[in-house]
Design a binder for this molecule. Sequence first.
Ligand code: S3P
Length: 167
Amino acid sequence: MKNIILCGFMGCGKSTIGRKIANKTEKEFVDMDRYIEEKAGMTVSEIFEKYGEERFRELETEACKELSEKSGLIIASGGGTLTYQRNIDILKKSGRIVYIDVKYEMLCKRLKRDTRRPLLQVENRNAVIKELLKKRRPIYEKAASIYVDGNFTSGRVADIVIGIIQY
Ligand code: S3P
């Protein structure tokens, strides 16, 4: 049985939705950021700070490789994971990629007080979100085989995804 990989922008709800899907379908849930943190013994912020973004991206690709060797997982990828073609290639082979699309205004609201995401610790946070979203949206759309409107509660989005993947 293949994996289900959730992708989308930071704050789109990948982890919350993924956990709900896993609970309801009795599958194992893996949050890629937490997986990387556990392996590295430090937080994503600490990895960025100590070794830089490039090193984090290498660890992310390692995680993609390791997780794609397993099956039956519900995986929440990081917001930047699918922006690397090498990761798309690995993850596509291991399962179905679901894009959770959430509108800009909602993302800004959800990410307003974030302190955990290194890319957002800037003064002009909303402008960075806008710029990144513009770049990434077409990439997520292209990488995913399933598109889901994520502008609902996490429970409702989880049910929508379950409806599609069980079909
Ligand atoms: C990132 C998203 C984060 C995390 C890291 C980089 C990105 O994951 O992997 O801070 O480039 O969008 P979430 O989407 O789970 O916040």
